[in-house]
Design a protein around this ligand. Structure first.
Ligand code: ATP
Ligand code: MG
Length: 248
């Protein structure tokens, strides 16, 4: 279970301070598929940066299974980082390494035995449906294939949580659907907790259990996807839905 407790994060100095997360709290149960929505600048990526230990909140904290993420140091911190898989919009693959080696990379960092790496990477290639691309380099892949590699790499260290920041926003409609179907399938097979940021509300509706609506650093509404989408109560949610009518 993830508990986000009164997290505040600001950027800039006193004269020019921007509060990107303003005292936000939420609880996410194991195995939930949660969508984060909100207009540009709402603080969605900032939230993912705190959840993935890329940044540290100014105030408040986040617990994963009762462990305070921001009290961890050294080996424990590294071990926790491996529990958190991250997928970004821009893939962030290593261009000089082929697909197999990109996926193997997190396992090599932890000195995993070669035969274990080989089996794991082959399993992951199969899971994400790109077995035939193991020897290809990122420059030889389509956007959808690159995102499949990035998802496989994020899963390599068997994380408890998969964090996705706009994983499909560089992709066309058909490819977007195939990547979301993949995430849905991974969720079904592994019961991993998945948190996804996307501007495509139809995506949230088709894959998520729960949605958190953000506005100006606040969680303004959260709940069951069907309830929030059918009976939105906050003006921001109503606005977001009104802007996406055609997509629903
Ligand atoms: N490193 C930073 N330094 C200064 N300001 C930042 C930094 N990162 C984010 N911000 C500001 O914090 C606010 C929230 O940014 P964030 O990237 O979390 O928004 P977002 O909801 O992900 O938006 P988008 O949908 O456009 O990706 C924005 O006003 C942004 O300009
Ligand atoms: Mg963002």
């Amino acid at each position: 279970m993830i508990e986000i407790r009164n997290v505040t994060k600001s950027y800039g100095n006193n004269g020019n301070r921007l509060i990107a997360l303003n005292n936000v709290s939420a609880t996410i149960d194991d195995g939930e598929f949660v969508g984060i929505i909100g207009f540009s600048g709402a603080g969605k990526s900032t939230l993912i940066r705190q959840l993935s230990l890329i940044e540290q909140p100014d105030e408040g904290t986040i617990y994963l299974d009762d462990v305070d993420l921001f009290q961890l140091r050294g080996k424990e911190l590294l071990a926790m980082r491996r529990q958190l898989g991250i997928v970004f919009q821009g893939y962030q693959l290593l261009q000089q390494k082929n697909v197999f080696d990109n996926i193997a990379f997190p396992l090599e960092l932890t000195h995993t035995p070669k035969d274990v790496i080989e089996k794991k990477v082959l399993d992951l290639l199969q899971l994400v449906g790109i077995q035939d691309k193991a020897q290809a380099y990122p420059s030889q892949l389509s956007g959808g294939q690159k995102q499949r590699v990035a998802i496989a790499r994020a899963l390599a260290s068997s994380p408890k949580i998969l964090l996705c920041d706009e994983p499909t926003s560089s992709l066309d409609g058909v490819t977007t659907k195939s990547i979301l179907d993949l995430l849905k399938e991974i969720h079904r097979k592994t019961q991993l907790t998945i948190i996804i940021i996307t501007h495509e509300l139809s995506v949230i509706r088709s894959v998520c259990d729960r949605v958190i609506v953000m506005d100006e650093g606040h969680f303004v509404e959260q709940g069951d996807v069907d309830v929030v989408f059918n009976t939105p109560s906050h003006p921001t949610t109503i606005d977001l839905l009104a802007h996406h009518v055609e997509a629903l």
